[in-house]
Design a protein around this ligand. Structure first.
Ligand code: KIV
Ligand code: ZN
Length: 508
């Protein structure tokens, strides 16, 4: 029998700590639902004490998402733990995850606590959490830079106090695989009671070793791996869960382990996380990158055509990447559209389907062949849960190398149409200024990026941008079109709609 490795997903907590990422409650819920579909064992939904938004997100996910353990993070303080419990208590399987640092550097400089104080705080925290719930995870932050004797004492005390999972984070991504495996083996040998609990690891990617360290730990006996989809997270990120899972599966001859992941959901989960966080996936990223299954050289192409396994160790369908050559076009009807979406795994409600179908028809007028990638881009646009205040009705641009770029935009709000024009340093700048004139909200464009969804001159351009008002929080916007200026205008309006919604100014 293969040993079971539990997958703990922290995309919504550590992942959301990625610079520039901020998800609202509905977006977190959408990701949590997809993570449950993916089959992760634990969703760490947030850190409730840190903000009312985080509290609300954990509460909503705990209430709405079934069939999975939902964890809430808390420092080793009663206030944090009480708040975490309030947020997570409606979950079908709630878990409180409490942590305190155990390395000399953290204890001395950050906590300003002695070893004995840390040990006492860890025990008190676990006991407090256990007074609420039977599933309690204890993490020794910066464990990999902790002194082993002291770390083992803390872990043993945490287990005696009632921890059911103990987690060994490589918080700053400092460990190397062999060393980390030895560390885990030592812990397994030395800590009394360790065999009764789940031994977990949580690796950061500062040296690009997070996945390797996690896998080395599994080899050494760890039975839970923590990480985030697409490897997002604090600084260089967390272990990329899709890579951990596919390594465990593809090399099961080596690891002898299994997970509960439905691998066919990996690609969709990756896309969703990338779309909602605005963090693109690099093309050469393992498992989910655009090029992960692309064969460029003639020799490789020839080999794959003769026998796929010559150059492919994984099957793209296994991770949910469609290989279909089926294309839709302007004569395709609603039925074919819906069926293809279902085949791609999207279940849309009637209203979403109608909107997506309208977008499909508009695109089909401009683009002869609509591929699966185009359909995914359309659907992801419709699935973004931002209430619409303004919609782009039309856009006129006058630009060139010798004239001042000028944009005229028509925006609809309810039944009213507003038109404004503005000049700018470039056409995108002119668009943003014209939109600002309509909304009366002067925003600053913090970042702008474009991704071609498919190849060819008529490819859809997917613009992702971020705006701020008064240099505060950033708001993400996304827009698609075969015209990159139209995609930019849509993305900007989408970001403004988000700003209005998240700042409670929908009626403005
Ligand atoms: O990296 C870390 O140490 C953490 C802990 C809170 C588990 O994220
Ligand atoms: Zn972390």
């Amino acid at each position: 029998m293969a040993r079971r490795v539990y997958i703990f997903d922290t995309t919504l907590r550590d992942g959301e700590q990625s610079p520039g990422v901020s998800l609202n409650v509905m977006e977190k819920l959408q990701i949590a639902r997809q993570l449950a579909r993916l089959g992760v064992d634990v969703i760490e939904a947030g850190f409730p004490i840190t903000s009312p938004g985080d509290y609300e997100a954990v509460k909503t996910i705990a209430r709405e998402v079934r069939g999975v353990t939902v964890a809430a993070l808390a420092r080793a303080s009663f206030q944090d733990i009480d708040q975490a419990w309030e947020a997570v208590k409606e979950a079908e399987q709630p878990r409180i995850h409490t942590f305190i640092a155990t390395s000399p550097i953290h204890m001395r400089h950050k906590l300003r606590m002695t070893e004995e104080q840390v040990l006492e705080a860890a025990v008190a925290a676990v006991k407090r959490a256990r007074s609420y719930v039977s599933d309690v995870e204890f993490s020794a932050e910066d464990a990999s830079r902790s002194e082993l004797d002291f770390l083992c004492r803390v872990l043993e005390a945490a287990i005696a106090a009632g921890a059911t999972v103990v987690n060994i984070p490589d918080t700053v991504g400092y460990a190397t695989p062999e060393e980390f495996a030895r560390f885990i083996s030592e812990i397994r040998q030395r800590v009394r009671g360790i065999e009764k609990v789940v031994l977990s690891v949580h690796c950061h990617d500062d040296l690009g070793l997070a996945v390797a360290n996690s896998l080395a730990a599994v080899m050494a006996g760890a039975s839970q791996v923590e990480g985030a989809i697409n490897g997002i997270g604090e600084r260089a990120g967390n272990a990329a869960l899709e890579e951990v899972v596919m390594a465990l599966y593809t090399r099961r001859d080596q690891f002898g382990c299994e997970t509960g992941i439905r691998t066919e959901e990996i690609y969709r989960t990756s896309r969703l996380v990338s779309t909602l966080t605005g963090m693109p996936v690099q093309p050469n990223k393992a498992v989910v990158g655009k090029n992960a299954f692309a064969h460029e050289s003639g020799i490789h192409q020839d080999g794959v055509l003769k026998e796929r396994t010559t150059y492919e160790i994984m099957n793209p369908q296994m991770v949910g990447i469609s290989q279909s050559n089926l294309v839709l076009g302007k004569h395709s009807g609603r039925h074919a559209f819906r069926q293809r979406l279902q085949e791609l795994g999207y279940e849309l409600g009637e209203e979403e389907l109608n909107k997506a179908f309208q977008q499909f028809k508009i695109l089909a007028d401009k683009k002869k062949e609509i591929t699966d990638a185009d359909l995914e881009a359309i659907v992801e646009e419709e699935l973004r849960p931002v209430p619409v205040t303004y919609t782009l009705e039309y856009l006129h641009i006058s630009t060139g190398t010798t004239i001042v770029p000028t944009a005229t935009v028509g925006l609809k709000k309810g039944d009213e149409l507003f038109e404004e024009a503005a000049c700018g340093n470039g056409p995108v700048d002119a668009i943003c200024r014209a939109v600002d004139k309509v909304t009366g909200i002067p925003c600053v464009l913090k970042s702008w990026g474009i991704n071609a969804v498919t190849s060819g001159k008529d490819a859809i351009g997917e613009v992702t941008l971020k705006i701020t008002e008064n240099g505060g929080k950033t708001y993400l916007g996304r827009g698609i079109s075969t015209d990159i200026l139209e995609a930019s205008a849509k993305a900007y309006v989408n970001a403004v709609n988000r700003l209005l919604w998240e700042t409670g100014r929908l009626k403005e």
